[in-house]
Design a protein around this ligand. Structure first.
Ligand code: SF4
Length: 335
């Protein structure tokens, strides 16, 4: 198995010579020349080596709303980069061609990535590690983020949140914003459809908010699997217990990868929005044919402070950064 020569972080060599990876709760035991579930690290002798350090599959400038982040420098662009592999295996994966299949990669160094960010011009907020799971790109991001910070750029991760607490604590001081997928509020769902568990994801969400990282959450609503009133109520009320200002993006499912069930009915999305809104100040619907639930409303006076049409934003309802132009109330997030 080819590797980049860079040693992995967070592993132990076991008594029998295998490696026990400690980066994420999958806790893979990796034998000579083989990889763990995420396909990004391999054992060579007594060293776990990275296959994915600085290897990227896509690099593009995206509107920050596409991550989705609606309350973090709205209306700006962000240089977005993705690698390959994933530590989960969701049967409805929307990005399976890079997460689960072998995609062509190119090489980039942390210094080159910072240069790319600089070349994007004054509208660029920073770098988003996205498209596939960034936590399995831990070592590369750990090396890029401080360089980005020193130039005033944000480091954004779009993640499943399935990482162990120790490596997350090491990365957290360098991360500015996170969008975390909360795929369901049921451990059975995580086990059956993602090959993972719920609790570590909840722990990452709570730890990220506590660390002062700006956090938004995305849930793909799959009909019949995670769309019950009870489950949406439970998820939204738990998120509100962490912070009622966490924006929740409910995204409409369409068939993909191994899942063939029909797309989520728009009425289900409306129902989920109504339930979540009882608990959280900012709830959005995504992947919909209309923009009716993509506006940001002031939680105090109800005025539209950010209007969105596709990925275009109208910020004329804001003043002094993130304040409602009508009543002056603070809108959560950063401008
Ligand atoms: S990071 Fe990869 S190798 Fe390590 S435990 Fe997670 S899935 Fe396994």
């Amino acid at each position: 198995m080819d590797h980049t020569g860079v040693e992995a972080a967070h592993y132990k060599i076991l008594d029998n010579g295998d490696a026990g990876c400690r980066l994420c709760p999958q806790a893979c035991i990796i034998t000579q020349g083989k990889t763990g579930k995420c396909r990004t690290r391999t054992l060579e002798g007594r060293k776990l080596r990275l296959i994915n350090y600085g290897r990227f599959t896509s690099l593009a400038v995206d509107p920050i709303e596409k991550k989705p982040l609606y309350h973090f420098h709205p209306g700006t662009a962000i240089l977005s980069i993705g690698g390959f592999g994933c530590n989960l295996r969701c049967s409805f994966c929307q990005n399976w061609s890079i997460s689960q299949a072998n995609a062509a990669t190119r090489a980039i160094t942390p210094e080159q990535l910072v240069r790319e960010a600089r070349n994007c011009g004054p509208d660029n907020t920073g770098v988003a590690f996205t498209y596939n799971e960034p936590m399995i790109w831990f070592e590369f991001i750990r090396d890029c983020a401080p360089l980005l910070k020193s130039e005033g750029f944000a480091t954004v991760l779009v993640s499943n949140g399935f990482i162990n607490p120790e490596p997350f604590a090491e990365l957290a001081p360098h991360v500015t914003a996170l969008n975390i997928d909360l795929k369901s509020f049921s451990d059975d769902f995580y086990k059956t459809y993602c090959g993972a568990r719920l609790e570590p994801v909840k722990n990452t969400i709570a730890a990220a908010v506590k660390a002062g990282i700006w956090v938004e959450i995305t849930t793909l609503i799959v009909p019949g699997l995670n769309d019950s009133d009870e489950e949406i109520e439970e998820a939204a009320s738990w998120l509100a217990s962490v912070s009622p200002d966490i924006p929740l993006h409910l995204s409409r499912y369409f068939p993909n990868f191994q899942m063939e069930r029909a797309a989520t009915p728009p009425a289900t999305m409306e129902r989920a929005h109504g339930i979540a809104k009882k608990h959280l100040n900012y709830v959005y619907l995504g992947n919909m044919s209309d923009d009716s639930h993509s506006r940001t409303l002031c939680p105090e006076c109800g005025t539209t402070v950010i209007a969105r049409s596709g990925y275009r934003t109208d910020l004329s309802g804001l003043k002094q950064g993130m304040r409602c132009a009508a009543c002056g109330a603070r809108i959560a997030g950063a401008a």
